[in-house]
Write a protein of this length. Structure first.
Length: 366
């Protein structure tokens, strides 16, 4: 173990952010000494926000140090969603599970106030999505689907055929929203052309299945987007109307995605693996979970870095593309990967296989 890593671990044990950084081409575990339940990056400044049970933290130096912002929240109600206004970094939204609803800060996180007029007693808060062309329009995906047209002052219930499990706003077409649902009988991708008032299902050729955790646009290619369908990642080049599934298979469903649009479309995906915490069984063997990178629109994937981030569950990218952030439900803090600047060359040549199995031990010969 290097002195740099030892210093970082020591600082984590003491509850102090380390001034040392792990260097380039490697993951450094840093951040609050607590479970990270939500992660967001300001698309303008690159500031990083994370939620832990009872607190929100901010880093303005790519994860080298962290500062608590806002009040103490109820640690029994996890903050499950964070979003930063892309045009005003002082406006931050946080979604709280159960009956917590939405809270909003208009002063960069110094204070937060409830933002739940029109929400029910138990709205849930799995995802908050801001319309990048009209940041006053915000969508809340929780137990149901809601929209605010006045930056969170008031919310309106949106009738959706089923339960929305993922949500994306088209950055190029006004009022166009996509939602994914994996729950029968309304599983699939749904599109609204009028800001969520009406929905129609789109065809999913190639037996892509239903999106279960993430829909995301690549802003460097108008119309291109990605979605997770079971244990695979699919791509659409026409704004979600049709989809092409990649051959790579991840270790389980629930893969989260991030796109480095500044690079021209490098895609990142989490693989939480197949190890289940708390079962009393043996530790993971050949743990291939972590963050994976694709340079060919999701056809092949290579794990980023030379070690696993066991149980990786969230990933985000700095707006310059130099830093990648990830968190795990199996460990505390935030892992930060730094590329040598200005290069984003892969750490190793990406696998060029027609079919790649990720996050699963290879079958043993008997």
């Amino acid at each position: 173990m290097t002195a740099n890593v030892r210093a970082t671990f020591l600082s984590l044990l003491l509850g102090v952010a380390s001034p040392l950084f792990g260097g380039v081409n490697a993951w450094t575990n840093n951040g609050p000494v607590a479970l990270v339940t939500a992660l967001a990056v300001d698309p303008g400044s690159g500031a990083v926000y994370v939620a832990t049970p009872g607190r929100i933290y901010k880093s303005a130096d790519h994860g080298a140090s962290w500062t608590p912002i806002g009040p103490d929240f109820d640690p029994q109600r996890y903050i499950t969603a964070l979003a930063v206004d892309p045009t005003d970094a002082s406006t931050i939204y946080a979604g709280i599970e159960q009956d917590g609803g939405v809270v909003k800060s208009s002063d960069g996180g110094a204070t937060f106030a409830p933002s739940r007029n029109g929400l029910p007693a138990y709205p849930g808060a799995a995802e908050i999505v801001i319309d990048p062309k009209n940041p006053s329009t915000i969508y809340l995906e929780g137990n149901y689907l809601y929209r605010s047209e006045d930056a969170g002052s008031n919310w309106t219930f949106l009738s959706f055929p089923g339960t929305a499990d993922s949500l994306a706003v088209d950055p190029n077409v006004p009022n166009r929203v996509l939602a994914g649902s994996f729950r029968s009988p309304h599983g699939g991708v749904w599109v609204s052309e009028d800001a969520g008032q009406n929905w129609h299902a789109v065809a999913n050729p190639g037996n892509t299945g239903s999106p279960d955790s993430n829909l995301i646009f690549d802003t460097s290619h108008p119309g291109r987007m990605y979605g997770t369908f079971g244990t695979t990642v699919a791509r659409s080049d026409d704004g979600g109307e049709t989809w092409e599934r990649g051959d790579a298979s991840f270790g389980n469903s629930g893969t989260r995605l991030a796109v480095d649009s500044a690079s021209g479309g490098i895609v990142y995906a989490t693989d939480a693996g197949q190890c289940i915490v708390g079962t009393g069984g043996p530790p993971c063997v050949n743990d291939l979970s972590g963050v994976y990178r694709s340079d060919d629109q999701g056809q092949t994937w290579t794990r980023l870095g030379d070690q696993a981030i066991s149980g990786a569950s969230t990933v985000a990218v700095d707006p310059t593309g130099q830093f990648v952030y990830a968190s795990s439900l199996r460990s505390n803090g935030v892992s930060v990967f730094e590329y040598p600047w200005p290069s984003r060359l892969p750490i190793q040549p990406p696998a060029r296989r027609t079919r790649t199995t990720l996050g699963r031990p290879e079958p043993q010969n008997r």
